[in-house]
Design a binder for this molecule. Structure first.
Ligand code: 3NM
Ligand code: MG
Length: 519
């Protein structure tokens, strides 16, 4: 029999101990296949070979009925005894080379990998597929560490695009994170995982068929989105010129609709960001409790995550709010305040980027530089570091912003004397603003709020939202600084809020100093 052609899309890995007690393991397998499972692995760590063979035979009866391949975990003897379609081995089990020898070339062979080195070795050793994990925390195993989508991507990227090796991601995969994992882990060289492998998300679910249907649907959406990102056509990209023309009506719409933005912000700037949001025409809700994040995700139109004055409870709330915003398709704006300053902030930044899809990242040069490091963007090779006249610390800040945006599949805004915004394809420099903005606390955080209000009413073009959000506050900064009653930072702060409210939509067009950057 030739090696079966395998669809890895939804890979059920069984575990009798975690199987929902309302049904047998066999029922779980059959229900899940009816729900769309495309591949099954029988994983029984406690059974002796004889009992394993007994169970495997029964499971194989079911899988054969539906023409779904069955692989046996960590026991080649059992795989051969029941003539399963293949086997899966772990790093601590018999070697891939040994397993291949025993199985022969007509069987499917997979191996668990958790590092780029293990993945390269699996490829060299003749595996058909690798399981990449552990992606998220899971009760099913006690992983030493989790990879997150960024770690998964690092592994995907060492596999040549043309290689036949297939990949599935495993560990903590549930219907509410599948789409994001698949989308986010896609490698910049064009590799997307071929499937998701799931234990508890299926076997412990109250209905294995419904759980499988949801997982498969989410996998396909994630796969499709990732393909579009790779082809650089996720959004119908309006030209920068058309984007700028849309700003006056965009501000008018914002004021008409007054979208609600959930802020998980910091103690220092909370009042100013709330007032800036109101002045612009939006509505702020400042709610730092994880408990209400899900309820809020249903009523708000965008979310701001700001990691200034970090506490554990802020972090939990940000993670919850971000995940639920993803589920509700509400844009998430991430303001990584002081990201590189402490280990806690750097780890929190990594955790946020790994546990949700962030739509827009806004930071200063230092913060964007930390993010570039976390997501594995080699800024040294993109733009030699050095002190430039703009004080950004990058000799080519636009290239850095574009590279991070491309890699994270989101919009990146880097604020400074000149602000840069990119969605990975379109990149602009915004030359509006006033130095007074740098002399009061929270002006950057207010920009994140402004971006969030615009993102709420521009759901299909976050690039437009980011540019408009920055421009609106920069114009207000210029207007405030020109006022006779502004004598220093204190009076500027009050005048700034006034001028955000006084901004006339047409000024977004007539006063904008925005340049497109071709890279
Ligand atoms: N292998 P759940 S994680 C079987 O990292 C297995 O290689 C892993 O279970 C790896 O879907 C894992 O319940 C358990 O999180 C996955
Ligand atoms: Mg494993």
């Amino acid at each position: 029999m030739p090696k079966p052609v395998v669809d890895y899309s939804l890979y059920l890995v069984t575990d009798s101990g975690l199987n929902n007690p309302s049904r047998t393991l066999l029922q779980s397998v059959e229900d899940s296949i009816k729900g769309g499972v495309t591949l099954v692995q029988l994983r029984e760590k406690e059974l002796d070979t004889e009992a394993f063979i007994e169970l495997a035979k029964k499971v194989h009866e079911v899988t054969k009925k539906y023409n779904v391949p069955l692989l046996i975990n960590d026991n080649i003897e059992v795989a051969l005894a029941i003539d399963a379609e293949g086997a899966h081995v772990g790093q601590d089990d018999i070697s891939c080379v040994e397993a291949r020898k025993l199985l022969g070339n007509d069987k499917i062979l997979g191996i668990s990998t958790g590092t780029p080195e293990e993945a390269k070795k699996a490829l060299a050793d003749g595996a058909d597929y690798i399981g990449i994990g552990t992606c998220f925390m899971t009760q099913t195993k006690s992983p030493k560490r989790t990879l997150g989508p960024i770690g998964v991507r690092t592994i995907l990227e060492v596999i040549p695009k043309e290689s036949e090796l297939k990949t599935v991601v495993i560990g903590g995969i549930k219907h509410d994170n599948t789409r994001r994992v698949v989308e986010h882990s896609a490698g910049s060289h064009g590799r997307i995982v071929d499937g998701v492998a799931v234990v508890t998300g299926i076997v412990s679910a109250s209905d294995a068929k419904i759980a499988s249907e949801q997982l498969l649907r989410e996998f396909r959406i994630g796969y499709e989105n990732a393909s579009k990102h790779i082809q650089g056509q996720c959004q119908a990209r309006e030209s920068v010129e058309n984007v700028l023309k849309s700003f006056p009506p965009l501000l008018s719409t914002l004021r008409e609709k007054s979208p609600l933005t959930h802020h998980i912000s910091n103690y220092v700037v909370m009042n100013d960001t709330a007032n800036a949001t109101l002045a612009l025409g939006g509505s702020p809700i400042m709610a730092p409790s994880a408990v209400e994040a899900e309820d809020l995700s249903k009523v708000v139109s965008s979310v701001v995550l700001n990691i200034g004055t970090l506490t554990e409870s802020f972090v939990e709330c940000m993670i919850e709010a971000g995940k639920h915003a993803n589920v509700q398709s509400k844009p998430v704006i991430f303001d990584p305040v002081g990201a590189g300053a402490t280990t806690l902030r750097e780890n929190t930044t990594r955790r946020i980027l790994n546990s949700m899809h962030v739509d827009i990242i806004k930071g200063n040069a230092g913060e964007i530089s930390t993010i570039a490091k976390i997501v594995g963007c080699d800024t040294e090779s993109i733009a030699m570091r050095g002190v430039d006249s703009l004080g950004s610390g990058f000799s080519n800040p636009a290239a850095v912003v574009q590279a991070v945006a491309k890699r994270e599949k989101c919009v990146v805004a880097m604020t400074g004397v000149i602000d840069y915004v990119s969605d990975g394809v379109r990149t602009v420099a915004i030359k509006n603003g006033h130095s007074y903005q740098g002399r009061i606390t929270g002006s950057g955080c207010m920009i994140a709020s402004s971006i969030a209000s615009f993102a709420a009413i521009s759901p299909n073009d976050h690039f437009a939202a980011a540019v408009a959000g920055i421009l609106a506050l920069n114009l207000a900064g210029e207007h405030a600084a020109r006022r006779d009653d502004v004598r220093g930072p204190g009076t500027f702060r009050a005048a700034f809020i006034d001028e955000i409210a006084n901004l006339v939509p047409e000024q977004m067009l007539t006063e904008a100093k925005i340049e497109t950057i071709q890279l």
